[in-house]
Design a protein around this ligand. Structure first.
Ligand code: NAD
Length: 314
């Protein structure tokens, strides 16, 4: 099997690449190392497979590549590349989001029309739902993103559907609910909080800390990608959430303190535009159609992230 993983150097892309190589796939990884966070962290993400004989890295932006040529003999596309992050998607920077998330996705879909791929798995996001009282979130909910990032992810998802409908490109979109675990992006809350506790720094919480999330361990996200790729379904959208619990942020920080054995120096600040109050995934569709069952318990996943970050920052 030959797979293309876009965003191969990122948090999720690198974890997925590692798993596919273990499964015996040949992997072409594309990443342009956008400077959203340090390149050294991304190189660290890839250290276990960069020399692997079945891995080829193409350091290029999806918008600049000859994608038709690249897709020759590719069986699966795992499209993880995007400019991530809700808070930095406002104002002039929206152009970075449209370029990477919308244009990049459209170009890849356009090239897929003339390929023989078996599946195109798109990394969508719970941010497409917006701030809603309709909890848990179901795939059939009204979609009203409250951040420009969410709008760009929804545009990608809509593009996937229309290329399926009009050209039979076998797309599946997975709406990830806040992903955590080893290699988590340095702009994400758990990474920032754990680092602050380890280094005895102030830990800033936006809002009252009572916001809640359905957190999903990165290994479960990887598992869902592979199940989706190997499934018979196309043109479908699935929520991918964690071990079922909705966790309140303050309680997640309590647990970090317990695992690390140190108190956090908490500071509460105003809510930031674009952040939603609660997310909660109804994953019954993925359970039924993909046989998706999250395996990593929240506490265990957090312990694994702490261990990973201790090695980086202590
Ligand atoms: P990440 O920033 O760690 O990884 C994304 C990678 O894509 C980066 O290495 C970046 O350099 C690369 N990239 C971006 N645009 C590119 C382009 N046009 N061409 C080539 N490479 C490009 O982010 P992540 O957290 O691993 O997220 C992966 C995917 O999952 C993204 O699509 C994101 O929107 C989605 N997602 C993530 C989360 C989460 O909690 N991390 C939640 C929902 C959805």
């Amino acid at each position: 099997m030959k797979s293309l993983v876009t965003g191969t150097a990122g948090f999720i892309g690198s974890t997925l690449t590692e798993k596919l190589l273990k499964k015996g796939h040949q992997v072409i990884g594309v990443d342009c190392f956008i400077n959203y966070y340090a390149r050294s962290l991304k190189e660290n993400n890839m250290s276990s497979f960069i020399e692997h004989e079945n891995f080829t890295l193409i350091e290029e932006n999806l918008n600049d590549l000859d994608l038709k040529e690249l897709l020759k003999d590719v069986d699966y596309i795992f499209h993880q590349a995007a400019q991530a992050g809700v808070r930095s998607s406002w104002g002039e920077d929206f152009e970075i989001y449209t370029h990477n998330n919308i244009m990049g996705t459209q170009r890849l879909l356009e090239a897929s029309k003339e390929s023989d791929i078996k599946k195109f798995v798109y990394a969508s996001s719970s941010s497409v739902y917006g701030d809603t009282d309709q909890l848990p979130m179901k795939e059939t909910n009204r979609l009203q993103p409250v951040s420009p990032y969410g709008v760009s992810k929804l545009a990608g998802e809509n593009l996937c559907y229309l290329y399926y409908k009009n050209f039979n490109v076998p797309t599946v979109s997975l709406r990830y609910f806040t992903v955590f675990g080893e290699r988590q992006r340095p702009d994400m809350a758990f990474h920032i909080f754990i680092k602050a506790i380890l280094q005895d720094k102030k830990l800033t919480i936006f809002g009252d800390g009572k916001q809640s999330r359905n957190f999903t361990h990165v290994q479960d996200i990887v598992k869902a990608n592979i199940l989706a790729a190997e499934s018979d379904f196309s043109g479908e959208i699935f929520n991918i959430g964690g071990d079922g619990k909705r966790v309140v942020l303050n309680e997640a920080i309590d647990l970090m303190e317990e695992i690390i054995g140190k108190k956090a120096n908490r500071e509460y600040q105003k809510v930031v535009k674009g952040d939603v109050k609660h997310t909660s995934a109804d994953t019954s569709k993925a359970k039924e159609m993909l046989e998706y069952e999250p395996e990593v318990k929240f506490e265990e996943g957090l312990e694994r992230e702490v261990e990973f970050l201790k090695n980086l920052y202590q």
